[in-house]
Design a protein around this ligand. Structure first.
Ligand SMILES: Cc1cc2nc3c(=O)[nH]c(=O)nc-3n(C[C@H](O)[C@H](O)[C@H](O)COP(=O)(O)O)c2cc1C
Length: 220
């Protein structure tokens, strides 16, 4: 698969088959992602891959915390407001979702249901956590974003599906304790990964993008 097809075809996958992914393939994907660029080649990425009982255990922990009404404490705070330009894109996505599934993502009950699905890692056989030292600058967060995209593209090139999940970091202190990640680290992103169930209704919605003219200003 060429790079342009891979970038344009990748989409968030939210339903997976039960078939596990071999450690060899998972390791190959991370081995590919590590070739991402980073500020001064500092490579500020640390990765945990969860499968089997450990993944189930973490899912149960997250679901229980939600059930108990525990306050979410992600290391990267969820945005509370957006500039008009970006808010318009979010509104468009939510309208598309509502039309496709009948679910309104502004409804607190739907948000809770969405969180539960996230905490189950959309039933993917594996979950990946990306983290880095908390003292690193915003540039390192940027680098970890590049790493995450490389990882998801490498996965797509292998026929795998992924979804990046900020929600999976909601209970960062508890997740770090469960995974033995020192408190000096910042938990940046969860990613569910597995073989995509392409027939599932959950995987039918293709998101859109702004017209290219709206994001470029040509200057000569
Ligand atoms: C940093 C980040 C956090 C995200 N968090 C979540 C999440 O918690 N749950 C989820 O289902 N999708 C999450 N997404 C996926 C986005 O909703 C998705 O990438 C976006 O709608 C574009 O769709 P596409 O990935 O199919 O192209 C996240 C994406 C990014 C980049």
């Amino acid at each position: 698969m060429d790079a342009i097809t891979c970038i344009k075809e990748r989409m968030s996958i939210r339903a997976f088959t039960d078939k596990p992914v071999s450690r060899e393939i998972l390791s190959e994907i991370i081995d590919t992602a590590k070739w991402s660029p980073s500020y001064k080649n500092s490579q500020p990425w640390e990765v945990i891959v969860l499968s089997g009982k450990k993944k189930e255990g973490l899912s149960n922990l997250l679901l229980n915390l939600l059930e108990q009404g525990e306050e979410a404490k992600p290391d990267l705070a969820a945005p509370t407001s957006w500039p008009d330009r970006e808010q318009a894109q979010i509104d468009h996505l939510y309208a598309m979702r509502k039309e496709a599934t009948g679910m309104d993502l502004n409804d607190p009950k739907i948000i809770t249901a969405a969180k539960k699905a996230n905490f189950k890692f959309y039933r993917a056989p594996h979950a990946i956590y990306l983290f880095q030292d908390d003292s690193l600058s915003s540039w390192s967060l940027f680098d970890l974003g590049l790493f995450a995209q490389s990882l998801m593209l490498a996965a797509h090139a292998k026929g795998l599906g992924t979804v990046p999940q900020a929600f999976a970091t909601d209970y960062a202190p508890q997740v770090k304790e469960f995974l033995n990640i020192p408190t000096s680290k910042r938990l940046v992103l969860g990613i569910s990964i597995g073989w995509p169930d392409l027939e599932s209704p959950a995987n039918q919605l293709r998101t859109e993008r702004m017209p290219t003219e709206e994001i470029i200003t040509w200057m000569e």
